[in-house]
Design a protein around this ligand. Structure first.
Ligand code: PHE
Length: 340
């Protein structure tokens, strides 16, 4: 039996020498060391040997297996090497070609627009004040002069958490109160950027999350003329030298309140559609900080006054780049994102 095994070893080693392609090697392996290969089958014969011969035979089988495995490994690496050399020689691989390019990422259009907004306000002396995304009802509504059951709460459909009184901010305005608490009694000139959340149906014009940039100026003798002048200056830098107009509006935390429109034009069909036929586009809400809100922030409304505004960032980008559906912003479609 041991002779039979030695014989087999000699034979398969000889056939290994003739295997000169990867395919041939794979086949050789299957026929010898594989589960139903000749060496494996020989191993099973151990049961037909007299008990005293079994240990020697078993030992020999293992030696043969190991020897064949290492012969196979050596042969395989030689074959691989020569196949690669052949590939290179007949031009299958051109090692002088440049590698595949890994493209750098880019800034998201919302981030780019935010940075542009920071820059314009920065030039006017406003610094960035960060405020939290998870807020309390107290800050998001009460301190902004919107008590429980006030009908104005309908303006902001809210995501509530499972903790009573804790919610996702529906606007960046609660940051006004945090900024006042932190700056009192100094004058304030800040912008408050961030994500806001609204429990709303997603459509081409509304998302359930988007960025806002809030602004707040508090000091002595700040008037509505300051509000108009500052916001007009911003609009001119953001949208070019277009006419702007202010329309009276209502917000519980500002009095008086105004919305600012930028003249867009009425030349093309798109102009008609996005301005609803008026030629004007609403770009932000604003107003003089309500005395109650100043008081809630710790400032005496008889001594201090201020203005505030809030704008939607994706909205700004839509206007500047003629994007007609807000859902593209968070749709993660590179064909959209790569355009900017
Ligand atoms: N917070 C308001 C909104 O989300 C916008 C606003 C901010 C209006 C500041 C006036 C002053 O609709």
């Amino acid at each position: 039996m041991i002779e039979e095994l030695d014989q087999l070893q000699t034979e398969v080693l000889a056939s290994l020498e003739t295997a000169d392609t990867s395919d041939a090697l794979t086949a050789w392996y299957r026929e010898t060391l594989g589960g139903k290969g000749s060496v494996q089958l020989m191993t099973r014969k151990i049961g037909s040997l007299p008990v005293e011969e079994r240990p020697a035979f078993g030992k020999r089988v293992n030696e043969v297996k190991e020897a064949l495995q290492s012969a196979f490994d050596v042969r395989q690496s030689a074959v691989k090497r020569s196949e690669m050399d052949a590939d290179i020689a007949d031009g299958g691989i051109d090692v002088t070609l440049p590698g595949r390019k890994i493209r750098p990422g880019g800034l998201h259009i919302a981030t780019e627009t935010l940075r542009e907004i920071y820059k314009i306000w920065g030039d006017m002396g406003f610094h960035v004040f960060r405020s939290r995304d998870v807020e309390t009802d107290h800050y998001n509504f009460e301190l902004l002069n919107i008590p429980q059951h006030h009908p104005a709460r309908d303006m902001w459909d809210t995501f509530h958490t499972t903790t009573p009184g804790v919610l996702l901010r529906t606007h960046t305005s609660p940051g006004q109160i945090h900024a006042m608490h932190q700056h009192y009694p100094n004058p304030i000139r800040v912008i408050l950027p961030g994500m806001v959340y609204r429990y709303e149906q997603v459509t081409a014009r509304s998302e359930f999350q988007f960025h806002q940039v809030e602004g707040l100026a508090v000091g002595k003798n700040i008037t509505f003329a300051d509000l108009k002048g500052t916001l007009t200056g911003f609009a001119h830098r953001m949208f070019g030298e277009r006419p702007v107009r202010f329309r009276a509006n209502y917000f519980p935390f500002t009095e008086p309140s105004a919305e600012m429109d930028v003249y867009w034009g009425l030349e093309s069909e798109t102009d008609y559609r996005i301005t609803k036929g008026t030629g004007w586009l609403e770009v932000l809400g604003s107003g003089m900080v309500h005395p109650t809100v100043l008081k809630n922030g710790g400032y005496d409304p008889n001594e201090y006054s201020g203005f505030a505004f809030g704008m939607g960032v994706e909205r700004m980008a839509m206007l500047r780049y003629n994007i007609n559906d807000i859902r593209y912003f968070w749709g993660n479609d590179l064909r959209f994102l790569e355009q900017f």
